[in-house]
Design a protein around this ligand. Structure first.
Ligand code: PA5
Length: 447
């Protein structure tokens, strides 16, 4: 159960001594994380979370999810960055990218808003909700992020028009800071049920808190299985023998490849259920290690779909890439290719084979082709794609990311670069307190 790291896709790219040389550095970083004496030490609450989570709040999350399931056909989840990517990834990983359209589903449809500034998108979601009963889970640790705050204004008003102010308040669930921020003040004033983003857990490490757990539970995901997976990963990632610690080895291998000029990591999957996990991974690593002019650029690809687009580049373009392949040998719902009498498409050589058998050959063939093209491959094999493995994989990547940040000598738990666009946007919007410099920015834009 869990994740198996496979290194056969690295043959010819790294020598055994590369990994051995990196091991002590990774061990030192792991020690800093365990002792809590490294950079960003006030943001390490995620390390012990799988065994020390707030059990009372966990119960409240499950109760709120039951209420949402009982009184709502739709749940609108409002949040951006770490305040929505994990829940969205979980929904697709455990259920399906087609979750909302699944026939016979008894849990609410879930729409994610407040993660962009498109009025068209918001209007489309409102149309999709139509006359249906709905609830809102607004998620913002700071409580002041512009995108979710604007979306919340819109959906709060819709709820109040439909159910009246007290009725709306019973359908709004706010996940935010324990004490501070505009959302917390509003929630207290209006009497919304609130859930906490712990002080010592940053947005992108928060999927296993109420941030991710409430939308997951509303969709019917077994939270116990998620937390069991995360806790098993916690134990595996704490293994002190480097040769048995796959997470530390993965963190080390990424850095060995980086040192050889492979500065872009593509997280590859062969299963559409993992597409949104790729989006979560990108945010986790990009905000954690893309700073001080350092870091491995994280991106993702969905195979075999993208073998017909960026596959060309991976095979034959600039040689600064490596791939990390999330591979699951099992298909949850198999399909066998049948024989066809006419065989005009020439596919009878596959008759009786499962589609997953074809997928496995696409995976194996691509691995070798990309290696031949000069792209090293790390493989992380999952036994299953389910709630347990979601929790396991999330924790595995969180730990690998924290180790990676420390290997670069930086704080993986802040994101100072995100402020630059906000400052310019607020200045251009003439937000009170940001008036200075607007003319200069406008002049630059008009050139
Ligand atoms: O990882 C992070 O900290 C960020 O991506 C945040 O999650 C994101 O900016 C949203 O912030 P907030 O939850 O405060 O609205």
């Amino acid at each position: 159960m869990g994740i198996q790291l496979k290194q056969n896709g690295l043959a010819g790219f790294l020598e055994p001594e590369d990994l051995a040389g990196m091991a002590p550095l990774v061990e030192a970083c792991a020690g800093q994380l365990a002792r809590g004496d490294g950079l960003g030490a006030d943001a390490l609450g995620w390390i012990e979370l799988p065994r020390r989570y707030d059990k009372a709040e966990f119960e409240r999350i499950q109760a709120a999810a039951k209420k949402i399931q009982a009184d709502s056909e739709v749940l609108v989840v409002i949040g951006i960055g770490g305040s929505y990517l994990g829940a969205r990834a979980a929904l697709e990983f455990v259920h399906s990218p087609l979750y909302n359209s699944r026939a016979g589903k008894s849990t609410p449809d879930i729409y994610f808003v407040g993660n962009n500034l498109s009025s068209t998108y918001i209007n489309e979601v409102i149309e999709l909700i139509g006359e249906r009963d709905f609830s809102v889970n607004v998620i913002s640790k700071s409580g002041t992020t512009t995108e979710p705050a604007i979306a919340f204004r819109v959906f709060k008003k819709l709820l109040e028009q439909k159910y009246g102010k007290p009725g709306a308040a019973r359908r709004i669930y706010a996940t935010t800071d324990r004490e501070k921020g505009a959302l917390k003040s509003l929630a207290d004033a209006e009497g919304y049920e609130t859930f906490v983003v712990p002080d010592d857990i940053g947005g992108r490490y928060s999927v296993l808190t109420a941030v991710g757990l409430l939308p997951m539970a509303a969709s019917g995901i077994d939270l116990g299985a998620v937390m069991r997976g995360a806790d098993d990963a916690r134990a595996a990632c704490a293994e002190s023998d480097f040769s048995k610690n796959q997470c530390r080895q993965y963190a080390a291998l990424r850095h060995c490849l980086f040192n050889r000029g492979k500065v872009i990591e593509i997280l590859v999957n062969y299963e559409p259920r993992l597409t949104q996990f790729g989006e979560w991974y990108k945010q986790l690593f990009a905000e954690s290690e893309g700073k001080n002019k350092k870091g491995i650029f994280p991106t993702s690809a969905n195979f075999s779909t993208d073998l017909h687009s960026i596959g060309q580049f991976i095979q034959d373009g600039s040689r600064n890439l490596f791939e990390t392949v999330l591979w699951c040998p099992k298909a949850e719902r198999p399909l066998v290719i049948e024989a066809d009498e006419a065989n005009i498409d020439g596919l009878n050589f596959l008759a009786g084979r499962s589609m997953q058998f074809v997928n496995s050959k696409a995976y194996a063939g691509t691995l070798l082709a990309h290696m031949d093209g000069g792209v090293p491959n790390i493989v992380l094999e999952l036994d299953d794609i389910d709630a347990y493995h979601f929790g396991y994989t999330v924790y595995f990547f969180e730990m690998a990311c924290a180790l990676s940040g420390y290997l670069f000598g930086l704080n993986p738990f802040n994101q100072p670069g995100v402020e630059s666009y906000k400052t310019n946007m607020f200045t251009l919007l003439h937000k009170p307190g940001y008036e200075q410099g607007a003319a200069q920015l406008e002049q630059r834009l008009s050139q």
